[in-house]
Design a binder for this molecule. Structure first.
Ligand code: ATP
Ligand code: MG
Length: 393
């Protein structure tokens, strides 16, 4: 194995002042969680401004990089050599050895970039750059210095130990999950809602999810698909508790009592109400949907306003301004696309009207919902109470 350690650089969480340690600890927790999927044993530690991952033995390099690329809060993943000996002769020797192992073909332009966290170190950064550059040139005469556009930037950091690295692999950015409260994702089997969940998790929000199914109109297989999607999103967000709500009776009741062209809107309002009820019970502070303006009749601005009317929690709609293709691009990147396009029936499409209203009038919708008064309260309560809960990881 070429590398035994990785230096993890974080971006935004570096600016959190006094609370910074909370962000660092959350990031370390998420890194450990992600590495559980990878064969091998790893130790995650931190010092001021830096997080380190050290492999305790054999491991699969590509798997580690893949896992770390899914941890929100990571800006850069830097495979590195780390040496405990800080005297300058050792640093020199180690750097020359680093170049030999990482760039065996030589024949490259380079620059040395040294940093000292410890200002009492006997050499200044400039002195280190100069002397280390010379040492590399002495050992590999075919290499050349280029201070403006080097092909290789040899980074040397003198800290508790000495870190040597030159490769920087981009992480996903964002903030570590768990640093920004929890939200309830309305997760359907479609393309958009898994992407929406991913995007909010990326900002550090823990995700809980709710899925409405309508057996026997929707199948076990459709439900399994949603569980699969939650598992795929959980690779980024950490474990997701999925609440599966039986929506059949409510849907049939709306179908019996209300004008058919208003069905989708009224159904969507009940989904939001129920999601909110479960959200309140589970300490969620917001709802998340995969709605995008104008995508379908129930997502015109008028429909969104009519749906939103029943929500007291903030509703996050991270893909609201995205075109379908932009959402698909993210779905492909996060690997949910192939699962999302499996053709299983969705509870919304079963009772869907030929000509649904596209500009619902909230007053009219409210009046239609009055026709549900007799039984709807109890039905909603039952649906919430009898929900099934699945832990997806
Ligand atoms: P998606 O691709 O996410 O299914 P969509 O384009 O099919 O979205 P709609 O069916 O109108 O759009 O749903 C809009 C949003 O409502 C979804 O993104 C999702 O957040 C939520 N939603 C729809 N159906 C369900 C369901 N059966 N269970 C949970 N949430 C749902
Ligand atoms: Mg859908």
């Amino acid at each position: 194995m070429l590398y035994q350690s990785f230096l993890i650089k974080y971006a935004e969480i570096g600016t959190k002042g006094k609370n910074r340690y909370l962000f660092e600890d959350a990031l370390m927790k998420q890194i450990r969680h992600a590495l559980k999927e990878v064969e091998g044993s790893f130790t995650v530690t931190k010092e001021i401004g830096r997080i380190y991952v050290k492999a305790d033995g054999e491991y699969e390099y590509d798997d580690v990089i893949e896992a770390l690329k899914r941890v929100f809060g990571i800006a850069w993943i830097c495979p590195m050599f780390q040496t405990a000996e800080r005297d300058f002769e050792s640093v020199k020797r180690e750097l020359v050895d680093y170049v030999r192992q990482v760039y065996p073909s030589g024949n490259l332009t380079f620059k040395v970039d040294s940093r000292r966290a410890d200002k009492a170190y006997p050499l200044t950064s400039e002195e280190m750059n100069r002397e280390l550059g010379e040492a590399v040139l002495d050992a590999y005469p075919e290499m050349k210095v280029d201070v403006h556009h080097p092909q290789v930037m040899l980074r040397v950091e003198v800290r508790t130990a000495v870190n040597l690295y030159s490769q920087m692999i981009p992480g996903p950015g964002g903030m570590p999950v768990g640093t920004n409260g929890k939200a309830m994702l309305l997760l359907s089997g479609g393309i958009d809602s898994p992407v929406a969940g991913y995007m909010i998790a990326k900002r550090g929000v823990k995700i809980e999810a709710v899925y409405f199914h309508a057996p026997p109109y929707t199948s076990e297989r459709a439900k399994q698909k949603v569980v699969d999607l939650a598992k795929l999103v959980s690779r980024y967000s950490g474990p997701i508790r999925l609440h599966i709500v039986n929506f059949t009776d409510i849907q049939l009741y709306i179908y019996e009592q209300c004008p058919h062209e208003e069905l989708t809107i009224i159904m969507r309002r009940y989904m939001m109400r129920i999601a909110q009820m479960i959200g309140e019970e589970t300490e969620c502070l917001a709802l998340i949907t995969g709605e995008s303006i104008g995508q379908v009749a129930s997502q015109t601005v008028q429909s969104l306003a009519a749906t939103n009317e029943v929500c007291t929690m903030p509703v996050f709609r991270p893909v609201i301004g995205f075109d379908k293709q932009e959402i698909v691009d993210i779905a492909e990147k996060i690997d949910t696309y192939e699962t999302s396009i499996q053709p299983y029936e969705d509870c919304c499409t079963i009772f869907v009207a030929k000509h649904p209203v596209t500009k619902p009038n909230p007053k009219v919708i409210r009046r239609s919902e009055e026709k549900l008064q007799e039984k709807i309260g109890e039905m909603v309560e039952t649906a919430v109470k009898e929900r099934e809960t699945v832990m997806c990881r």
